[in-house]
Design a protein around this ligand. Structure first.
Ligand code: DQA
Length: 145
């Protein structure tokens, strides 16, 4: 059975109210519902985790080896700052897909650099909730390899 860990980083719990001109009106509950529906159709199991705390995300990734087939992560602001999350992904060696709702390359300069991108299998950025859904399919295909 394919089991995928979805990680939402900081402030994604505020989606719906947070900068709607960038992220739209979709809430994290809406995203999770769509992910769960897609996972059910594809007969894979999902665990979904959100945290605003870097250390909690590092702990969660650190325990993921041998528990999950692949990881799907939106590291949010930690994308641009977190050596610790990057190192945790490297340490466990579980294939990981990075996703972003917005196109981080079309925004402020500081968002153009992802510390995570070079340790994941690939990145999907700019398609709103579809970034997660494309990312889920990528994570499933990786798990099958
Ligand atoms: C984000 C992009 C990040 O730059 C930002 O800090 C976020 C959300 C996205 O999904 O578009 O919190 O990861």
């Amino acid at each position: 059975m394919i089991k995928i860990l979805v990680i939402h980083g900081p402030n994604l719990n505020l989606l719906g109210k947070r900068e709607p001109e960038i992220y739209g009106k979709i809430t994290i509950e809406d995203i999770n519902k769509k992910l769960k529906e897609a996972a059910k159709k594809r007969k894979v199991t999902l665990e979904i985790f959100q945290s605003n705390h870097e250390g909690e995300i590092v702990d969660k990734i650190g325990k993921a080896k041998n528990k999950y087939s692949t990881l799907l992560i939106n590291p949010a602001a930690y994308t641009h700052t977190s050596v610790a999350i990057r190192d945790a992904i490297l340490a466990i060696g579980v294939p990981t897909v990075e996703v972003h709702l917005s196109n981080i390359y079309a925004r402020e300069d500081f968002r153009h650099n992802s510390l995570i991108a070079s340790v994941v299998k690939g990145q999907i950025s700019g398609f709103g909730v579809d970034s997660y859904l494309y990312g889920l399919d990528a994570a499933i295909n990786l798990a099958k390899k």
